[in-house]
Design a binder for this molecule. Structure first.
Ligand code: IMP
Length: 182
């Protein structure tokens, strides 16, 4: 049984779908923990795991993700959550008004505490920021992100399809490989 520590139901839907599809039981643990501000997702995950160690029984998984926009020097990156809650999608689109280079990358870092050992797994997906919001599915920045080689935003495709392309799906494939080897 893997406990996925998150308050985000969208993330849980994606992660539980993949874990259960691979035969692993999964449970959502809605614990709020302060995320310290760091320069990288990996540092955020390491610090979060240190805070959670000893507070959760058994194996657990956490996820920190961010959207890195090239023309903004990687912003919002590790500040993605704050930016989403403050200026939101409209604000990000405004920052990119008349900007030609719309390249961006979504990155995800999972921290897995497995039998007392902490292991990190990362995944990323390149793509473009749209001119306007499109789609009703997904969560967060999904309505403004089109993965490379596709035409639809993450909010316009079903969860299973997003999982095949996404930063989270790629990082979770590595988690699954690790779990299968144990
Ligand atoms: P955190 O990992 O919960 O800190 O997420 C940072 C921000 O990025 C939040 O506003 C999330 O909604 C957003 N985010 C994380 N993963 C995704 C995703 O897969 N799609 C869209 N937005 C995401």
């Amino acid at each position: 049984m893997i406990r996925f520590v998150t308050l985000n139901e969208g993330k849980y839907r994606e992660v539980s779908g993949m874990l259960e599809g691979a035969g692993f039981e999964c449970e959502m643990l809605a614990i709020d923990y302060p995320e310290i501000q760091c320069d990288t997702l990996e540092e955020v995950v390491k610090s979060s795991m240190a805070q959670l160690t000893g507070k959760i029984e058994g194996d657990f998984l956490i996820d920190d993700s961010g959207l890195f926009i090239s023309s903004l020097g990687g912003f919002p990156g590790v500040y993605s959550s704050y930016v989403y809650q403050t200026i939101g999608l409209e604000g990000v689109l405004r920052l990119l008004q008349d900007v030609e280079n719309r390249a961006a990358e979504f990155r995800c870092c999972f921290g897995l505490c497995f039998e007392g050992r902490n292991v990190l797994f990362v995944g990323g997906v390149q793509g473009m920021i749209t001119q306007e919001k499109r789609g009703e599915g997904g969560f967060g920045y999904d309505p403004i992100f089109v993965p490379a080689g596709a035409e639809k935003t993450f909010a316009e495709i079903p969860t299973e399809e997003k999982n095949k392309l996404s930063h989270r799906g790629k990082a979770l494939e590595k988690v699954l490989e690790f779990l299968k080897e144990q």
